[in-house]
Write a new protein. Structure first.
Length: 207
């Protein structure tokens, strides 16, 4: 059994989508960030940086934090959504890392300066708009020549990008001027597992 600790957020959605895609039994534990559930002594034992998502694989006795590491773990465990072909696998892990190391931090800062900070600092707002739009352009160019991030097949790289792109759509950080990225987004948002995954434990903006 997989014990999942999560909330309705870009990184959380990646794992609810993945678990729905691979169809393995899991139990969802709702961590309410606004209540400080992610900073309790017990939670910090499984997630030392105090962030969601985290999983505990109770049979294997393995705990994993960091959404990309969780996606990779679940893909390795089930043999799904991560190709064994060296070229495709490397492509998948490359885009998985791009999403965690480039896209997610830029969007996280953009959300903070555009929506959360009381003082609207134009220099910071413009900087993160510019940098996130550059990331969208790179993704768009890549998707111009292939259906999914790692080629012709849907993979954990797509799930990882979708978590954040879904939040962009919800909060109106526009990316429909990037036609290939927009086509990819619409295609993925129709998947049954994705529709379910983004509703758990709540829809975005209601965590
Ligand atoms: N790099 C981490 C980021 C995790 C993260 O920042 N999660 C957010 C929710 S999306 C969180 O737990 N925030 C709580 C806080 O900042 O106190 C990952 O990909 O899992």
């Amino acid at each position: 059994m997989i014990e999942l600790y999560t909330t309705a957020s870009p990184n959380g959605f990646k794992i609810t989508i993945m678990l729905e895609e691979i169809q393995i039994p899991y139990n969802l534990n709702h961590i309410k960030i606004s209540n400080g559930d992610n900073k309790t002594k017990d939670f910090l034992k499984i997630s030392p940086h105090g962030r969601i998502p985290v999983i505990k694989d109770t049979e294997a006795e393995i705990t994993v934090f960091e959404s990309a590491a969780i996606l990779q773990y679940l893909a390795e465990k089930t043999g799904k959504l991560l190709s064994k072909n060296l070229k495709t696998r490397t492509q998948t892990l490359q885009w998985l890392m791009f999403n965690s190391a480039t896209l997610a931090p830029l969007l996280g800062q953009r959300v903070n300066y555009e929506l959360f900070e009381d003082e609207k600092i134009q220099l910071a707002i413009q900087r993160y708009q510019k940098l996130s739009n550059e990331a969208f352009t790179t993704m768009d160019k890549h998707l111009a020549t292939q259906d999914y991030f790692a080629g012709k097949d849907y993979s954990i790289a797509d799930i990882s990008a979708f978590g954040w792109m879904h939040i962009c759509q919800v909060i109106d950080f526009k990316f429909n001027q990037h036609p290939h990225l927009w086509r990819w987004y619409q295609q993925i948002s129709k998947r049954k597992a994705v529709v379910k995954g983004i509703s758990l434990p709540n829809k975005a903006m209601s965590a």
